[in-house]
Design a protein around this ligand. Structure first.
Ligand SMILES: C[S@@+](CC[C@H](N)C(=O)[O-])C[C@H]1O[C@@H](n2cnc3c(N)ncnc32)[C@H](O)[C@@H]1O
Length: 242
């Protein structure tokens, strides 16, 4: 299947898109119980079915995640992928929170506790993983981390990149452009919260959400990527060329 993904045949993409829309028929196997991993929200829970399908076809071993929070998506990746082979997982987060996490924001929270939970949760997931997990934590702004990875020669080396950091349109656009450079041909770029908007009093600010940035990125790169048909809460594209 991996060779298939590398060739990026349209039938494979069509089939993957169809399966994403249908959802996974198998129940999700939870290796770690809720008492092991401490999560205070269910933001990631709804994405698991689609991710099961994508990662089982792609089998990524080198992954980059922008926005880790308390580690829900990172732990899912460790559990699923390090059961099969060694993996390298890069997690980028300031652990300062986005605008929505600041005092007075919609999801106001103590980010020091969030970071402690990330360490606790990923530590547990790594401990129970049968294969080696090289976890590289970049505690900084995503633009700094991604530019540094490019400067270190990591262009085109990642199999799967998850963009779930800042939800402000200018930041999302920068994350998308830099991530696309880091992604290998045949790799998958996943965007969270395509239709998310802050619950601001009065009208919503169209620049304080990911959609305009994801749309602009997709339109500009339309000849270099393939959109996977999936429910719109997340947006998945396959890189076709540099
Ligand atoms: C929605 S949360 C990530 C959720 C996580 N992927 C999960 O599955 O639970 C967004 C995270 O992005 C981080 N963040 C926001 N803006 C950032 C930026 N410009 N650079 C790096 N991290 C950022 C925040 O600190 C926060 O922890």
């Amino acid at each position: 299947m991996k060779a298939f993904v590398k060739q990026i045949t349209p039938p494979f993409l069509l089939e993957l898109g169809k399966r994403l829309l249908r959802g996974s028929p198998k129940p999700v196997d939870e290796r770690l119980s809720s008492s092991d991993i401490v999560l205070t929200n269910k933001w990631f829970a709804g994405n698991k079915e689609n991710w099961e399908i994508i990662i089982s076809d792609l089998n990524p071993t080198k992954i980059l995640e922008i926005g880790s929070y308390e580690g829900a998506s990172a732990c899912f990746l460790i559990e699923r992928l390090a059961g099969k082979s060694d993996i390298e997982l890069h997690c980028v987060d300031t652990w300062e929170g986005g605008i929505e996490h600041q005092a007075g924001g919609e999801y106001s929270v103590n980010m020091n506790s969030v970071e402690s939970r990330f360490k606790h949760n990923t530590g547990l997931a790594i401990q129970s993983a049968p294969h080696k997990v090289s976890l590289v934590v970049h505690k900084c702004y995503s633009d700094v981390a991604l530019v540094k990875l490019l400067a270190d020669g990591e262009q085109g080396t990642f199999d799967f990149i998850y963009v779930d950091g800042s939800h402000q349109a200018p930041d999302v656009l920068l994350d998308a452009v830099l991530s696309f450079k880091l992604l290998r041909v045949g790799g998958v770029l996943a965007f969270d919260d395509y239709l998310w908007m802050e619950g601001l009093p009065g009208q919503c600010d169209p620049l304080r959400c990911p959609k305009p940035a994801i749309d602009a990125f997709i339109n500009i790169n339309t000849r270099k990527l393939k959109i996977l048909r999936a429910p719109l809460q997340q947006f998945y594209v396959v890189k076709l060329s540099d």
